[in-house]
Design a binder for this molecule. Structure first.
Ligand SMILES: [Cu+2]
Length: 228
């Protein structure tokens, strides 16, 4: 076979050399990534919002009053709102384009229209304009914890790129955040174990969005279909 010869001509030495150069390239990339991460972390350290959020653990009174941890976390025995942002504009937004209120209900009753799911949300998709300020009114109709959690927001405004409402049992919590200008599809879910896998997955499209995420009840098929 004609293509056997070139294979033979690659000696162990050259393979080792190739391995070394690939690994040095990799470690170079890794160093660059680490440098980037360090920069990101350094930047985040200067975010007062995050420090305020982290600093208030010691004085928690879980019995009665809602506790406010800086501007970033409100919590009481019924739940919490984390990394709220009502005022700070994303760098790419000159102004708030519009104020939107999303009324979202969570509970097992909302799973009924979608076979194979157990937990549900009243809506699985929302569309907003770029640079919208979004207020989520999140009502939990079950006796267990549920969350409305969004990922992928800019980390210089939202620690871990996240905004999060949690309601422990029946009740309602409201929180606000501002999205950037890019067309993007953000993941929204409930992070309690198996709740997303069993139906509590949704998407927020900003502008034209960027396609549909997989496994959104009523909207998109699973990435890996069941074999049964
Ligand atoms: Cu849940």
């Amino acid at each position: 076979m004609p293509n056997k010869k070139p294979l033979k001509s690659i000696s162990t030495g050259s393979l080792v050399a190739l391995g070394l150069s690939v690994s040095s390239l990799y470690s170079g990339l890794e160093a660059a990534e680490t440098a980037f991460e360090t920069k990101e972390i350094t930047k985040e350290k200067h975010q007062p919002a995050k420090m305020e959020g982290m600093a208030c653990g010691a004085n928690m009174n879980m019995d009665k009053t809602e506790m406010v941890c800086g501007s970033n976390m409100r919590m009481d025995v019924t739940g919490m709102v984390m990394y709220e942002n009502k005022e700070k504009l994303p760098k790419d937004c000159k102004a708030i384009s519009e104020d939107v209120t999303l009324e979202v209900k969570a509970g097992i009753d909302h799973a009924k229209p979608y076979p194979g799911t157990v937990f549900g949300l009243s809506d699985h998709e929302w569309e907003v304009k770029p640079c919208s300020r979004i207020t989520v009114e999140f009502t939990n109709e079950d006796e267990i914890r549920h969350q409305w959690m969004i990922h992928g927001l800019p980390k210089y405004l939202y620690p871990e790129g996240m905004f999060h409402i949690e309601v422990n049992g029946k009740g309602k919590k409201t929180g606000t955040f501002i999205v950037p200008s890019s067309n993007y599809t953000y993941l929204v879910h409930c992070d309690i174990a198996q709740h997303m896998e069993k139906g509590m997955k949704a998407q927020l499209k900003v502008g034209t969005g960027r396609g549909d995420l997989p496994s959104i009840p009523g909207i998109s098929a699973a990435k890996f279909a069941d074999s049964f």
